[in-house]
Design a protein around this ligand. Structure first.
Ligand code: HEC
Length: 191
C-alpha cells in the first residue's frame, strides 16, 4: 500500500520535473538570464582593455578572455556556450552550424524589419539521433565601440590591423557597421 503511494508520488514528481526541464519558456528564461550578464561583462572587459592598452592589446584580451568566459560558463552550467557568426574571426570556436546559421538569418531579417537588438533571440527543442537538445541563440549586434576591431578598414587602427593579421590570418569578421548583426551567443543543452 505504502509502496504504491510512494511510487505514484515519485512518478508524479518525475513527470513534473521532466515537464519543467522541457518547458521551452523556462529553458529560454534560464538561457536569457545567463546570456545577458555574460554579454555585458564581455563588453565591459572589451572596453576596459581598449581604454587601458589601446585596441591593439585588447585584441589579445579578446582572444583569451571571450573563449575563457564562455568555457567557464559552460562548465558551471553543464551547457555548451559559444559565440558564433556567419563571418568568423576564429573559425574553430565561432563557425555557426546549420541550426545557428538559420537562426542568424532569421534574426537578420527581424532586425531589418525594425526589431530592437535586445529582443533578438531564437529558441527551439531539436530532436536528433542523439536525443533532444535545447538550442538557443541570442543576437549580438555591433555597437560603436566594436568598430576598431570589426569595422570598415579605415576605422581599424593600423596597429590593430597588424595584430589581427598576425593572430587571425583568415579573419572574415570586419566590414561591419554599428547596428548590424555580428553573430550570436549560442547555448546548447542536452535534455
Ligand atoms: C580589441 C578588439 C576587439 C573589439 C573592440 C571587439 N572584438 Fe569581437 N573579437 C575580437 C577577437 C580577437 C575575436 C576572436 C576571439 C576568439 O579567438 O575567439 C572576436 C570575436 C568576436 C565574436 C565571435 C565570432 C568570431 O568572429 O569569431 C563576436 C560575436 C564578437 N567578436 C563580437 C564583438 C562585439 C559585439 C564587439 C563590441 C561590443 C566586439 N566584438 C569588440 C576582437 C575584438
Amino acid at each position: 500500500m505504502h509502496t504504491k503511494i510512494i511510487t505514484a508520488a515519485l512518478l508524479a514528481f518525475s513527470a513534473v520535473t521532466a515537464y519543467a526541464d522541457n518547458n521551452l519558456d523556462t529553458l529560454k528564461e534560464e538561457s536569457r538570464t545567463a546570456a545577458m550578464p555574460f554579454l555585458k561583462a564581455l563588453a565591459e572587459e572589451n572596453k576596459k582593455a581598449v581604454q587601458e592598452g589601446g585596441p591593439e592589446s585588447a585584441v589579445k584580451v579578446c582572444k583569451d578572455i571571450a573563449p575563457k568566459m564562455a568555457s567557464e560558463l559552460s562548465r558551471q552550467k553543464g551547457w555548451k556556450v559559444t559565440r558564433v557568426s556567419m563571418k568568423v574571426r576564429n573559425p574553430m570556436i565561432g563557425t555557426a552550424d546549420a541550426w545557428e546559421q538559420k537562426a542568424l538569418k532569421k534574426m537578420e531579417a527581424r532586425l531589418a524589419k525594425g526589431e530592437k537588438p535586445e529582443t533578438l533571440e531564437v529558441a527551439e527543442i531539436v530532436k536528433g539521433a542523439d536525443g533532444k537538445t535545447f538550442r538557443y541563440l541570442k543576437g549580438i549586434v555591433l555597437q560603436p565601440g566594436c568598430v576598431s576591431c570589426h569595422g570598415k578598414s579605415e576605422e581599424i587602427p593600423e596597429a590593430v590591423k597588424a595584430s589581427l593579421a598576425a593572430e587571425y590570418p583568415h579573419d572574415q569578421a570586419t566590414g561591419y557597421a554599428p547596428g548590424q548583426l555580428r553573430g550570436g551567443l549560442s547555448i546548447q543543452r542536452k535534455l
